[in-house]
Write a protein that binds this ligand. Structure first.
Ligand SMILES: N[C@@H](CCC(=O)N[C@@H](CS)C(=O)NCC(=O)O)C(=O)O
Length: 220
């Protein structure tokens, strides 16, 4: 049996970790069953068995795997079909991974953080405010007041996606693959928390994300 430790806000249905979305999407595409163990920011005791404090964590039989990338590698090694992730292709997957973590997530975080905070319970709110304000060097309220600036940064950062998706159907090429999964996972996160749209209806990124959701039958 597989168990995924997944981040949730005050409501059990508000699951918003982009890294957990990667793993959930991969397991869905590989037709793998799993159960979810919900973890809130301050419930670190639930993760003590893993020897670290971040989600996702996957328990697969006797194995405990931390870090979304390592989990994706584990899933692909043990359950390659029907949707292999690490296939030989011209797509620089490691670059996509780090671009998501270091550019896309950072740009989205600046827009999403005040809204993540609003969705948390009281104890998690205090933790989130303290850790995130320390990280960004300003208050969540100051961040919320800079939305236009952060939208501009996001649009700039995502321009290569926009141009690529105007030229080809998927980031991986003619069929969707791991690069698509990584980027879509980031947008699934902001969909849960943001009360406004970040891309216009005719934006190639928006069209790609809607098409992929339909094709992958994403209900999360
Ligand atoms: N490199 C890790 C990053 C995992 C990560 O940052 N997880 C966040 C949720 S999106 C977390 O667990 N945060 C807990 C905290 O900030 O206390 C991965 O790919 O899994």
């Amino acid at each position: 049996m597989r168990t995924l430790y997944d981040l949730t806000a005050a409501s059990d249905t508000d699951r918003f970790s982009p890294y957990c979305f990667r793993v959930k999407l991969a397991m869905q595409l590989k037709n793998l069953d799993y159960q979810s163990e919900l973890v809130r920011f301050t419930e670190k005791d639930k993760l003590a068995f893993s020897g670290q404090t971040l989600v996702p964590v996957l328990r697969d039989g006797d194995l405990v795997i931390c870090d979304s990338w390592k989990i994706l590698q584990h899933l692909d090694k043990h359950y390659p079909q029907p949707f292999p992730l690490f296939v030989a292709s011209t797509t620089p997957l490691n670059f996509f991974r780090h671009w998501c973590d270091k550019s896309l997530h950072v740009a989205l975080f600046r827009l999403a953080a005040p809204y993540v905070h609003a969705k948390l319970g009281e104890v998690d709110q205090a933790y989130y405010r303290e850790t995130r304000e320390k990280r960004i060097g300003k208050s969540l309220e100051a961040l919320a007041g800079e939305r236009e600036q952060h939208m501009a940064t996001l649009n700039f950062a995502t321009e290569p996606l926009r141009v690529t998706l105007a030229e080809q159907s998927y980031l991986t090429g003619a069929t969707p693959g791991l690069a698509d999964l990584l980027v879509l996972s980031a947008f699934l996160w902001t969909d849960v928390v943001l009360p406004f749209q970040i891309f216009a209806a005719d934006d190639p990124i928006k069209r790609w994300s809607e098409k992929l959701r339909r094709e992958w039958q994403i209900a999360m």
